[in-house]
Design a protein around this ligand. Structure first.
Ligand code: BG6
Length: 296
């Protein structure tokens, strides 16, 4: 399978398909600058994004499962069509445990290396979510930026609604020296305080306890200040109204079997998507949104 995919989609120096952890196939994009990213066909997880000098931007748990029936813990899992446990489906939906199809790869005139992946309904998804759909992901790698675009099309005969998110795990040197900026004055829902709605007063969110908050209609430009590494990652989203900020801290880390007890110290999730107000698609309609991450 890997040979066939390479034959079809490989581009010398830019795109290769190889065997990743657990024998799962992954697409490796390499930009002329030396930046790179890796996308597993399993769950379309973007497991790694590195700068031209080889610094890793994404967190990946050393305890992650690498099995085709389990999500990968880290990188960017794609949440669809249900966020978390807010419905009858498995937590965060089925996209992150589906096998994705690689549709195309390329290098644009401006040097951006890209690939498109897709899932559509299967007998298994129809059994738990009775809708025909196409969910596409476009990954675009530049020297210092990664753009992930998502597209949902209703290919069926009935309308449906859904939730979607890029559940991005950022690697940071030290969570106690990390801040998320750009959310001040947004009213957020604090999952850890019985979904209390609170106006964000902090210009910078810092971490000293478990954090699990949804910011509906958040500003489109955010920043992660990774003080320990002395670097900033800018997050710019388009048509993805909501943001989630999550760190499991000590007790929840210990409860998660696929996450190291001390790993909360080196990560923060800043998720972008459509969660609070579910997009509704009539037959034939399309939803699109994207997020660009830039290392500064
Ligand atoms: C976040 C949720 O998006 O994902 C958290 O806000 C949840 O509540 C976290 O714990 C991880 O979820 P999972 O299913 O990957 O363990």
């Amino acid at each position: 399978m890997i040979d066939t995919l390479n034959h079809q989609f490989g581009i010398p120096g830019a795109v290769t398909v190889s065997e990743g952890n657990g024998g799962l196939p992954k697409v490796v994009l390499t930009h002329a600058s030396g930046s790179s990213c890796e996308v597993y066909l399993h769950g379309v997880h973007i497991s790694s994004w590195k700068t031209p000098s080889g610094d890793e931007l994404f967190f990946l748990s050393r305890e992650s499962w690498w099995q085709n029936d389990k999500p990968i813990r880290g990188g960017i899992p794609v949440v669809f069509p249900q966020f978390g446990g807010r419905g009858p489906l498995p937590a965060h939906g089925f996209a992150r445990t589906s096998e994705w199809q690689l549709l195309c790869s390329g290098v644009l005139d401006n040097g951006i290396v890209n690939c498109d992946l897709q899932i559509t309904e299967t007998a298994e998804t129809l059994a738990i979510w009775p809708h025909r759909f196409a969910l596409g992901l476009r990954v675009m790698l530049d020297a210092h930026a990664l753009t992930v675009g998502a597209q949902v099309i209703n290919t069926g005969e009935q309308p449906f609604d859904f939730q979607i998110a890029l559940h991005t795990y950022f690697q940071v040197a030290d969570i106690t020296k990390t801040a998320v900026a750009g959310l001040q004055r947004t009213t957020y829902i604090d999952t850890l305080q019985e979904n209390a709605r609170i106006v964000e007063s902090r210009p910078e969110i810092r971490f000293a306890a478990e954090t699990d908050s949804v910011y509906p209609n958040a500003p489109d430009a955010l920043r992660i200040e990774d003080g320990g590494n002395g670097r900033t990652v800018a997050i710019d989203k388009v048509d993805m109204p909501d943001v989630v900020v999550w760190n499991p801290w000590i007790a929840k880390s210990q409860r998660m079997p696929d996450f190291g007890d001390d790993e909360y110290l080196r990560m923060v999730c800043v998720e972008t998507g459509a969660i609070e107000t579910k997009p509704v698609l009539a037959p034939g309609e399309k939803w699109e949104g994207d997020t660009t991450f830039t290392v500064e």
